[in-house]
Design a protein around this ligand. Structure first.
Ligand SMILES: CC(C)(COP(=O)(O)OP(=O)(O)OC[C@H]1O[C@@H](n2cnc3c(N)ncnc32)[C@H](O)[C@@H]1OP(=O)(O)O)[C@@H](O)C(=O)NCCC(=O)NCCSC(=O)CCCC(=O)O
Ligand SMILES: Cc1cc2nc3c(=O)[nH]c(=O)nc-3n(C[C@H](O)[C@H](O)[C@H](O)COP(=O)(O)OP(=O)(O)OC[C@H]3O[C@@H](n4cnc5c(N)ncnc54)[C@H](O)[C@@H]3O)c2cc1C
Length: 654
């Protein structure tokens, strides 16, 4: 193997990993350039180096050893410290650079300004008019104020039309009165709302002259800008510990007839004039733009969480020796087991496929944003359908992949030294937030049914659903021979997705014809519809992966990506026996495929996933640092268990 492939080789590493890295057939840096895009890959290396040189930005101790209060404090400390260095390290206008910096320094457990950047600023950008942007957006970008997005309530998250928080316009005083009339109307869940933020965009049902006009966004000051004390007519707090993500203060909020000026309603699209005249937005769902923004960015984030888990697990599988394949030889690295490869490699392929799909969804979002700025609302529906499907499929499959990666680490995967528990907890939260997955699948389902109707009317839909009109092509899996190339696989995939979508549409039609209401007929078909949405989205991911690989210029990188593509398509399409065969091809490159994600140890926070592979000595160090080991005999033992045993002993002597 030539020296240029050795980007990840270092003196003093565990020889088990060095042996793996020597087998690489490609340059990990070049593959990193494809995974992240060459600019971001280079910037990530520079950012990691800059962080190494600033000790204040390092973890003070491993996060799993911290209490919730310590985690919240540590995240706040790092945000403040970062604010002093950030402009030297990243280009603030580049979201992905800033996000990489945050992940490396603060990590994935949350921080006080997550929602500020993820939703507060995007909501202002998408929904505030120019004057409002001058008033709030510039201050928000400079971080003079910290905000969040308060939409979900104790009683409703999915069904936004039934949000109970009201914003009633008072013509006399030219104010809105914001109110939480019931217990279930309390805002519940918004990230950083409990303790960190001083502003929120509150989504409330607008009422003018007793007329209900649906959810709209309002700027509300939650806390005093100097004392940070809660403002009058507001009750606010943290909702308590969660499965993971505990550095974040997700909050509750009660508004008691709080008056805010008319101009605190975000008025780029919908408007309320002084006399109470209401002007409708050009597209009913423009108020949901911040959600579409987050959904389009979630795909890359969840690809990265999957990459975290798989690089931990793959490296560890190469230093862990247990059992024999040939009893006359040494114990093998657990990566040698066919089941271990079967467990990990298809997910490695998926991590690449998802990352490429994520780049595409961000690109599409940017195109939609620009076209919207030019007054064109046409792309909104396409993007909503695409991101709804991608968000649901990728978060779900990434969660499954992370859990497989954890199980692949055996017992040590269950220790927080592996960090798998946190990665999993954060990953699966994405199945719920930003739209519950099965609900989002139905949104895509609506779009697919419309496309089927247009095909039946003899029209030819374009874009992602164009394949629905190609019904003449009869390809079943059985007709698909691997040597006919990937295009053939894709056509087989299209056939399956098309068939399922038509099946769901026909079933829906049948129920409607039988006299059921549209809604009841719809509910009777949602399992079929969700299957169609899932297949459509997986087809999109596969096509996008295929097209992406065609663009790769470096032959060695292209070859390994083709191996992954082949595995991915087979994993998606064919039965288990055939992809076990493919796995053999991936095996020599396994560690280098995960090295290409260039996740630093600082970012990983995992003893098992250490780049140098020195796992066992560091696991012991980790255990010794446990708080429980700071006293030989625990006070609680002296208080409870010792008296119990002494008592029992006394009894037995009697
Ligand atoms: C489920 C729906 C989509 C349903 O909405 P609805 O008004 O009842 O609509 P419907 O009758 O089913 O459909 C009507 C129509 O509205 C369209 N539509 C719906 N949403 C959008 C959109 N965003 N952009 C563009 N179009 C949209 C649908 O496609 C329908 O179109 P159609 O009638 O078929 O032409 C919506 O209510 C929704 O988005 N619910 C999920 C709530 C959610 O995502 N909350 C996120 C809170 S913030 C958060 O979780 C932050 C976490 C971040 C973190 O911690 O990092
Ligand atoms: C970590 C985290 C962070 C969050 N951050 C924020 C935030 O910053 N701001 C904010 O406003 N919110 C936030 N949320 C709230 C989140 O967006 C909602 O919890 C989410 O949208 C799901 O809504 P729900 O809780 O009402 O679920 P529900 O709708 O009650 O879901 C329960 C079940 O009902 C099913 N269901 C519901 N409706 C339908 C339907 N029409 N058809 C079929 N099945 C249905 C679902 O599929 C699910 O199985 C956060 C949540 C989490 C977990």
């Amino acid at each position: 193997m030539s020296a240029h492939l050795n980007a990840a080789l270092r003196e003093g590493d565990n020889p088990e990993l060095t042996e793996e890295r020597r087998k690489a057939t490609f340059d990990t840096r070049k593959l990193a350039d494809e995974f992240f895009g060459s600019h971001l890959a280079r910037r990530r290396r520079e950012i990691a180096k800059a962080i190494d040189a600033i000790p204040e930005l390092h973890d003070t101790k491993p996060l799993p050893f911290m209490t919730r209060e310590e985690k919240v404090e540590e995240a706040a400390r790092k945000v403040f410290t970062l604010s002093k260095h950030i402009t030297d390290i990243v280009d603030l206008s580049n979201n992905r650079e800033t996000q990489s910096l945050n992940e490396m320094v603060i990590g994935i457990e949350g921080m006080p300004i997550s929602l500020h950047f993820a939703m507060f600023i995007p909501a202002l950008q998408g929904q505030a008019d120019d004057e409002q942007k001058r008033e709030w957006l510039d201050r928000a970008i400079r971080m003079e104020i910290i905000g969040t997005y308060a939409q979900t309530e104790l009683g409703h998250g999915t069904n936004l039309r039934m949000l109970e928080t009201t914003a009633t316009y008072d013509k006399q005083n030219k104010e809105f009165i914001l109110n939480s009339p019931t217990l279930t109307s309390l805002k519940w869940w918004p990230g950083n709302m409990g303790k960190s933020c001083n502003y929120a965009i509150v989504v409330a049902n607008l009422i003018i002259d007793d007329k209900l006009l649906g959810p709209h966004s309002f700027m509300v000051q939650l806390r005093d800008e100097n004392s940070h004390e809660t403002m009058p007519n507001i009750q606010i707090g943290d909702i308590g510990p969660k499965m993971a993500y505990n550095s974040s203060d997700n909050g509750f909020l009660k508004l008691s007839n709080l008056r805010i000026p008319r101009r605190n309603m975000l008025m780029k699209h919908a408007k309320v004039q002084e006399d109470g005249t209401y002007k409708k937005p050009p597209h009913e769902k423009l108020a949901y733009s911040a959600m579409v923004h987050v959904r389009s960015h979630m795909i890359t984030q969840h690809a990265m969480l999957l990459a975290y888990a798989l690089s931990i697990s793959t490296r560890y599988s190469c230093i862990r020796r247990q059992g024999y394949i040939d009893p006359k030889k040494d114990e093998v690295k657990v990566i040698e087991y066919q089941t271990q490869q079967h467990r990990l490699f298809p997910h490695i392929a998926r991590a690449y496929a998802f990352a490429f799909a994520g780049t595409e969804s961000i690109r599409k979002f940017e195109i939609m944003k620009r076209s919207l700025e030019a007054g064109n609302i046409e792309l909104i529906a396409d993007l909503h359908a695409l991101t709804s499907g991608l968000k649901a499929v990728v978060t779900y499959l990434a969660g499954q992949g992370i859990e497989q990666a954890r199980q692949a680490c055996g017992g040590h995967g269950y220790s927080m030294a592996s960090y798998m528990g946190e990665i999993y907890g954060v990953g699966i939260a994405g199945c719920t937030y930003e739209g519950e997955n099965l609900v989002m699948m139905q949104q895509l389902g609506r779009y697919l049914i419309k496309a089927v109707k247009s095909v039946k009317e003899g029209k030819k839909p374009t874009g992602y659903v164009a394949y629905l009109a190609h019904a003449g092509q009869r390809h079943s899996l059985i007709d698909c021979r691997p040597n006919e190339g990937y295009a053939e696989h894709i056509r087989a995939f299209e056939h399956i997705a098309r068939r399922q979508t038509f099946r769901a549409a026909e079933r829906l039609q049948k129920y409607e014809n039988s006299g059921l209401s549209t809604e009841q007929a719809w509910n009777n078909c949602t399992v079929e519809l969700n299957r169609a949405s899932r297949l459509h989205t997986r087809l999109f991911i596969a096509c996008n992966f295929y097209e992406r690989v065609l663009d790769v210029e470096d032959m060695a990188v292209r070859e390994v990506l083709e191996d992954l593509l082949h595995l991915h398509l087979n994993y998606e399409l064919i039965d288990i026996a055939s992809y076990a065969l493919e796995a053999k091809k991936i095996r020599p490159n396994a560690v280098s495929l995960v090295d290409s994600w260039e996740i630093t140890d600082r970012e990983h926070r995992s003893v098992l996933g250490r780049r140098d592979g020195h796992v066992y000595e560091n696991l012991f160090k980790w255990a010794k640092s446990s708080d429980l080991n700071q006293n030989d005999v625990l006070p609680s033992h002296k208080k409870h268990l010792l008296p119990m045993m002494l008592n029992a002993r006394k009894q037995s002597k009697l």
